[in-house]
Design a protein around this ligand. Structure first.
Ligand code: AMP
Ligand code: ZN
Length: 467
């Protein structure tokens, strides 16, 4: 296998990606701001990270991934106040929904999901500010502590922002701001009426968003780690400020490699909560789209290119999945004994080699999918000749399944749709029984038995299992 190369936003070049510790990658993905359910724009970034994670594992590397929840910032505080709920309870709802969406999109769990308001991370944030104070990077104004941008000579190295003409003392309190407005930014916000606040050694208040990720990242992955990622909107100010805080405190490089996923767009605009042009996974599932088709759509475009969201796009994704799943089914049905032919072995090896090269080349998923479809074409052609043996079928299946450890979309829709169909029939049977239509109820039971599904009526409702 060739060597994995990734575009590093820091420096802007395609670079070999090698972890600091041999065989073990430490990576941090900026997670969801939990003031609403994540939309599929957010999930484009999370799926791209899942693909990276799975490909690293495919290459035999161990991965330690941290994905935080931003559960205290301007937006979550405002949301909790409007809902009249305690901040932790308010944000927990969206954390639960996030896990649900990850499961339906077949996103592997990260090793750590820190919440910014967990006491141990709040302590780490306070310590980080103390180090920055000691190193002369801070000042206090109106009860808030700011990072003095001019105190760090290479501030701006990630986003290439020019701070030359920056007015001394110009500062900004909000978590998000435009690149045109490079300013001293807030590390720790003094208490405000109606805002959550913690009493700490650096005074009362609450952390700024940027501080949270620096502290959680270093606490869980070390002062220097391999890769830090998010959507491209995070390059400035969030990631620029994370670098300033971390490197200002430790004097060591923070993340060695920065990876940023381009936007999912709708009619030319970034999909975002504030524009109201967003869809969540479950909204699309309710419209009848399968989560696997959504995942396929999200990963089918190279992560550094914008991806235009359309319903036709999901439909095409569903068709592509069906093509592969149909082939997998037909391959399972081959029953002629025999070893794989030389042609089969060659076809599978070539496709796998091309898949690996495409993924090694900055995770070019669209090219990698093309190699998978070469294999599908090869399999379909071989099936039309009556000479296909179990050995051939297994070799094709194996090749597709190996690639699928990274894509994670094939061979699952049958289960998902069967589950949905069974649930629908059980519901219909419940209605038939409540209307005393026992003939229909029995017919449904028989139909399910024919599908290999056994029903069991319990006081808590009807349960089902496979025979
Ligand atoms: P947020 O909840 O706003 O902090 O965003 C969580 C993650 O989703 C961040 O990495 C964002 O950069 C990313 N993100 C937000 N909107 C989009 C979008 N339309 N396309 C791709 N990534 C996005
Ligand atoms: Zn972050």
């Amino acid at each position: 296998m060739t060597e994995l190369k990734l575009t590093n936003t820091l420096g802007g070049k395609l670079e070999p990606f090698e972890p600091m510790e041999q065989g073990h990658v430490r990576m941090y993905t900026c997670g969801l701001t939990v003031y609403n359910r994540g939309h599929i724009g957010n999930f484009r970034t999370f799926v791209s990270q899942d693909v990276l994670r799975r490909f690293l594992q495919y290459k035999g590397l161990r991965v330690t991934q941290v994905m935080n929840f931003t559960d205290v910032d301007d937006k979550t505080i405002k949301g909790a106040r409007e809902a009249g709920m305690p901040l932790r309870d308010y944000t927990q709802q969206f954390i639960d929904l996030f896990y649900e969406d990850c499961d339906s999109l077949n996103i592997q769990r990260a090793e750590h999901y820190p919440r910014a308001t967990d006491q141990e991370y709040l302590d780490a944030m306070v310590e980080l500010v103390q180090k920055l104070e000691k190193n002369g990077h801070t000042y206090t104004s109106d009860g808030s502590i700011y990072f003095k941008v001019n105190s760090l000579p290479d501030y701006g190295k990630l986003s290439k922002i020019d701070v030359e003409g920056m007015q001394d003392g110009a500062r900004v309190d909000s978590d998000e701001y435009e690149k045109e407005n490079a300013r001293d930014f807030v590390l720790w916000k003094g208490p405000k009426e109606g805002e959550d606040s913690w009493d700490t050694a650096i005074g009362p208040g609450r952390p700024g968003w940027h501080l949270e990720c620096s502290a959680m990242g270093m606490k869980l992955l070390g002062e220097t780690f391999d890769l830090h990622a998010g959507g491209i909107d995070l390059i400035f100010p969030h990631h620029e400020n994370e670098i300033a805080q971390s490197e200002g405190a430790t004097g060591k490089p923070f993340a060695r490699h920065w990876m940023h996923t381009e936007f999912l767009i709708v009619e030319g605009e970034k999909m975002s909560k504030s524009k109201g042009n967003f869809f969540t996974v479950n909204e699309l599932v309710k419209e009848g789209y399968s989560p696997m088709a959504i995942r396929y759509l999200l990963l089918s475009v190279y992560y550094r290119q914008q991806l235009n969201f359309t319903r036709e796009g999901i439909e095409q994704a569903a068709t592509a999945i069906r093509r592969v799943d149909d082939l997998l089914d037909r391959l399972s049905a081959v029953d002629k004994d025999g070893e794989p032919s030389e042609t089969t072995t060659m076809t599978v090896e070539t496709a796998l080699g091309e898949f690996e090269d495409a993924m090694d080349d900055d995770l070019n998923t669209s090219k990698a999918l093309a190699s998978l479809f070469d294999l599908v074409r090869g399999g379909n052609t071989a099936l039309t000749s009556s000479s296909m043996t179990k050995g051939d079928a297994e070799a094709f299946r194996d090749g597709i399944e190996r690639m699928n450890t990274v894509f994670g979309v094939f061979g699952r829709s049958e289960k998902v749709s069967l589950d949905a169909e069974v649930e629908a029939l059980i519901e219909e049977r419940r209605k038939a029984r409540s209307e005393r239509d026992f003939a229909r109820s029995d017919a449904i039971r028989d139909e399910l038995i024919a599908k290999g599904i056994v029903l069991e009526d319990t006081p808590a409702g009807t349960r089902w299992r496979r025979k």
